[in-house]
Design a protein around this ligand. Sequence first.
Ligand SMILES: *Cc1c(COP(=O)(O)O)cnc(C)c1O
Length: 489
Amino acid sequence: MNAREFRRRGKEMVDYVADYLEGIEGRQVYPDVEPGYLRPLLPTAAPQEPETFEDIIKDVEKIIMPGVTHWHSPYFFAYFPTASSYPALLADMLCGAIGCIGFSWAASPACTELETVMMDWLGKMLQLPGVFLAGEAGEGGGVIQGSASEATLVALLAARTKVTRCLQAASPGLTQAAIVEKLVAYASDQAHSSVERAGLIGGVKLKAIPSDGKFAMRASALQEALERDKAEGLIPFFVVATLGTTSCCSFDNLLEVGPICHEEDVWLHVDAAYAGSAFICPEFRHLLNGVEQYADSFNFNPHKWLLVNFDCSAMWVKKRTDLTGAFKLDPVYLKHSHQDSGLITDYRHWQLPLGRRFRSLKMWFVFRMYGVKGLQAYIRKHVQLSHEFEALVHQDPRFEICAEVTLGLVCFRLKGSNKLNEALLERINSAKKIHLVPCHLRDQFVLRFAICSRTVESAHVQLAWEHIRGLATDLLGAQKEEKADRKLK
Ligand SMILES: *Cc1c(COP(=O)(O)O)cnc(C)c1O
């Protein structure tokens, strides 16, 4: 493909994308295919001779789209939102065109510098204190990671290195292995599975702290665990507090957990992967209170709820040397003449991979084309829609709400057994008009209704609820008949 053809195909592709997104409501949100559907539809090996663009595009509709779950359909209410906006899509194109690998300042100065400034812009939107911002007097700074999972792992590994060095400095005879064996990390029993994985990958114990009646981690439970472990000679070194848990969007009590971490000299990482975007609205900012004094690192995903397409996970640290000190290696082929000036950032020291894309372009385009006000309006609309759904659930006495609705997620269920609710979800997801996923809250099977799509409106929420109610009526009717049948026999 030469530039001339690229111009033509590029315009066609933009039309295809716009048609896809404009018409997405007409597509079934969840596909009909069975596992393994695709292989028989593809040749067994790559073609020897070149094929045409037209043939490929035809196949996209014919064999790819039938196997796509349409995350941006206004009938998609599963998981959490994943961001999509036109400015971010366009910026992603430009990112592909520049195609630089921004591991160091010298590898592409704009790539590094725009990221540093965008992370400061975003930090200011959240009213993060100056210590987290690179452009201020503090020792902190922000970095774009690929995912919240990576951010948690990076924080855990940095904390592990920090505590190990500290203990070795105090007792030079101690081996790293002897220390790591005793390290313990903590997170609430509601934390995301990526936290447990970070513990596994980091080779340290991770203990689940029982959450309270509102699914929040509280001081007493954490303190108890720390005391018990210290009495056994273990070394607490890392706590993850979650703001907006994946199951039910509950909030760990940062103002209680923070002081304990501070006192015990334990690294506190705050995971607000989903909820973080809401903190750009003053009315939700209080949910982040405590981050100032207590957090060593803080992370959330603009690629979830802030209209910046995947991947873009924003992570800040209070002391950038905690990261750069932990992961720094300087082979001669990556050295450059400015690196020791102290003025510039080499982001490769802040992350696991060497290579990194020019992801801050997406933030720059989105922040400028929406404005903070536009982004706030977007968040508020989603929160309002979730409260609308919550009110609908309340109106039907057969249903109950299972957790406080704070942002864009509603956890609900039919009053009755887990089996009944599993059957309801099964009916919902096999009808494929809308898509939901469940969660467990304690021993209850619960349905999650997450406001996801950029284009979801009140009418979609109403339709979804009518649909769920109808399926519930069918299900309860069928059960009654079954019971009656059993009695007759
Ligand atoms: C979604 C989510 C994650 C994982 O996010 P990735 O960016 O996919 O790694 C982690 N923590 C919480 C609370 C989440 O909701």
